[in-house]
Ligand binder design. Structure first.
Ligand code: GCU
Length: 679
């Protein structure tokens, strides 16, 4: 394959590499208890052959054997004393998990199901690509999260809502696309453990409403089959108003008999045509989308009605909690958008049926570079819940600026909710460990598109890779994940790898430094959400205010303000309520403070704003120097593409620095102590 084509395979490029003594293990493969013709097995074994061939140059056809009924291999006498055995086990390993052991030259992969084999084989390929020996391996890997999903915000005209890597590869001009990229996508997603994907945007309008009709069944079913071969369940986003738009009814009231009958018939039709469909994702009563509130019903009424009707078909309903008043008046300082998710959902905790999952954004606002963790996570104690993060860099640099998001996702997972005395982190809650439920997990808004490199910026692929790896194994560190990705994608050369890891690991802090300070968020250009506009949303209807005046800045969400802090369990509530104890990076999210407020660093708030913005730009300059040191050591095409994005990032960072610093200098009239240029 020429280099360009190879590049489109991302971390599955299978670059030729040094054999750390692994090649010899694959002369002969024995399958015990698995059917070679099972679609998942077929794909897994094909992947193994492809990887071995490209990375280690093993060109001869691997020999296979399947044992006869007595459990012994038919040609056991002929078996060499090294080899690879894949064995089905009936206990000791959870579904989708696998155990990999090497002893005396035999590498054994054990799993309870085909998906376990698939993930085990990707584990083997990762080790080979990273030039790590498989000798003496002894690991048991089981996914931490039952559901590990990607949400695509793809529209049927081919555009992607908040997409920064070209157009959709699922839709174009109102048609569903099925081609080589569908397969490659499934391979990439499966290789990091993704087991569910929602094909279309949560804002379901126009043609997308028709995805659950005969117009699109055949193509959607084709995609569902391809995905199934990689252990991925297909889901669709649903238009809550479908009974009106498709059914000619005059209501979508979840308690109306005609509406219920219509949905019943519709789901029978959909599951008959797409039998392996996982279910539906629903954005209701949010940002103009219709929902049960329209009919005076609750969110639970809406979700349960749909859930009951998909249940006989094995389906689930994933119901989003992104419900808030988007027609707020900025003059109203009591209504607090941060409160909305909790206020709208907490009362009905326990009322949602068992095949409903509430999907909760990581923060109470909307994927800002810094937000506290949503109090709904762990606030709900009797409802299936799932964490939603955004790999698409809507507010975090749009895949122009480098922003490796795995450290942010880790922080959210590690957050102690105090919903009970132990086993109470967000990772515990969404994995099902806290409440013993099995319908839960993590979803990411995908950052992919039809750009050759999938994610616009080559380095943004680390967020796609990292989300999957983290959702599978929440205890991996952001750094380990970065190193894996860099090694597989670029090179195992220590210096190259270390430089890329360094760039990734520092990028989130850098981005935060030159954008909005100390958790206040926003200050972005309205609509596009790229670049600074300090007052862009200050007097609009979206509920996203910073409340700066000539004395100070920040939103008072304490007991004396909007009272949002009380949505947390103790001791989090008291910690956030107190200026002294509040984590400093979130200070302005919770408190309105004077510019002269003294931070723990010994700097005033205003000086912190100046300093961090100057530092942010300097750090981007340093990132560029690090990237330039890689010239000639990584593929030129990638070097150049990313180099150009760094130029745009530097321009953006300077815009942010100068606009934010000037804004607060003009408001406060307090000059920079270091007398740098503030306009
Ligand atoms: C953000 C984003 C929208 C999106 C919404 C959502 O507000 O800007 O484009 O539709 O989130 O999550 O539903």
């Amino acid at each position: 394959m020429d280099e360009d084509k190879r590049w489109t395979q991302l971390w599955l490029a299978y670059n030729p590499c040094q054999d750390a003594g692994n090649g010899g293990l694959f002369q002969h493969t024995t399958l015990c208890g698995f059917d070679r013709e099972h679609p998942v097995l077929r794909n897994a074994l094909a992947e193994l052959e492809r990887g071995l061939n490209k990375m280690l140059g093993i060109t001869h056809v691997i020999e296979w054997s399947t044992p006869s009924h007595d459990g012994k291999s038919a040609d056991q006498a002929l078996l060499p004393d090294t080899g690879f055995t894949v064995r089905r086990v009936s206990e000791g390993i959870r579904p989708e998990g696998y155990r990999l052991t090497e002893q005396d030259g035999i590498l054994t992969l054990e799993a309870a199901d085909e998906k376990g084999v698939l993930y085990g084989i990707f584990h083997i390929l990762r080790q080979i690509a990273l030039e790590q020996p498989l000798m003496q391996t002894n690991v048991l890997c089981e996914p931490d999260n039952p559901l590990r999903m990607l949400n695509h915000w793809d529209n049927m005209d081919g555009s992607i809502e908040r997409g920064y890597s070209g157009n959709s590869f699922f839709f174009e001009n109102g048609e569903v696309l099925v081609d080589e990229r569908t397969h490659d996508y499934a391979r990439l997603a499966a290789s990091v453990g993704i087991n569910g994907a929602v094909l279309n945007n949560v804002n379901v309008k126009d043609q997308a409403t028709w995805l659950i009709t005969d117009r699109y069944f055949d193509k959607v079913a084709q995609i569902a089959r391809i995905f199934e071969g990689y252990g991925i369940k297909l889901f669709l986003s649903l238009n809550y108003a479908s009974p009106l738009e498709l059914g000619n009814l005059n209501s979508a009231d979840p308690l109306n008999e005609d509406v219920i009958a219509w949905w019943r018939g519709k789901f029978s039709e959909v599951f008959a045509r797409i039998p392996n469909l996982g279910g539906f994702l629903v954005k209701a009563d949010s940002e103009g989308r219709p929902g049960p509130f329209t009919y005076g019903r609750t969110q639970a009424d809406g979700a349960n009605m749909l859930a009951d009707l998909v249940k006989p078909h094995g389906g689930i309903i994933i119901w989003r909690c992104f419900v808030y008043n988007c027609t707020q008046d900025w003059r109203d300082t009591k209504t607090d958008r941060a409160r909305a998710g909790y206020d709208n959902f907490i009362e009905m905790d326990g009322d949602y049926h068992d095949n409903v999952i509430l999907q909760i954004k990581n923060g109470p606002m909307d994927f800002q570079i810094r937000e506290p963790v949503s109090p709904l996570l762990g606030g709900l104690t009797r409802t299936n819940q799932m964490l939603e993060v955004q790999a698409a860099q809507e507010y975090t640099g749009q895949q122009i600026d480098l922003c490796y998001l795995i450290p942010l996702f880790k922080e959210v997972l590690d957050f102690k909710t105090y919903c009970r005395p132990d086993i109470d982190t967000v990772a515990d809650v969404v994995s099902g460990r806290t409440f013993g439920n099995s319908l839960c997990g993590m979803a990411a808004v995908s950052n992919t598109g039809n750009d050759e490199n999938w994610t616009g910026n080559d380095l943004a692929a680390a967020n796609f890779y990292g989300f999957g790896r983290l959702a599978f194994s929440t205890s991996l560190s952001a750094e380990e994940i970065a190193a894996e990705w860099a090694g597989m994608t670029y090179s195992n050369d220590r210096e190259v790898k270390d430089s890329i890891v360094k760039l990734l690991m520092g990028s989130r802090d850098t981005y935060e430094k030159y954008t909005s300070p100390l958790g206040i968020g926003w200050m972005v250009t309205p609509n596009t959400h790229y670049g600074p506009s300090v007052d862009g949303y200050e007097y609009s209807r979206w509920g996203t205010y910073h409340r700066a005046d000539h004395l100070g800045l920040g939103v008072d969400r304490t007991d004396s303000g909007t009272g949002y802090v009380r949505q947390y369990h103790e001791p989090n509530a008291s910690r956030y309520n107190s200026v002294e104890e509040c984590p400093e990076e979130l200070l302005l999210f919770f408190h309105h403070l004077p510019y002269t407020h003294m931070l723990k660093s010994g700097k005033t708030l205003i000086q912190h704003i100046y300093d961090s913005h100057f530092e942010g730009v300097e750090e981007v300059e340093e990132m560029i120097r690090v990237w330039e040191s890689l010239k000639g050591r990584i593929p030129d095409a990638s070097y150049e593409l990313v180099r150009e994005r760094f130029d745009r990032q530097l321009y953006n960072a300077k815009e942010w620095r100068d606009q934010v610093n000037s804004y607060f200098y003009r408001k406060s009239n307090i000059p920079d102590e270091k007398k740098r240029v503030v306009f």
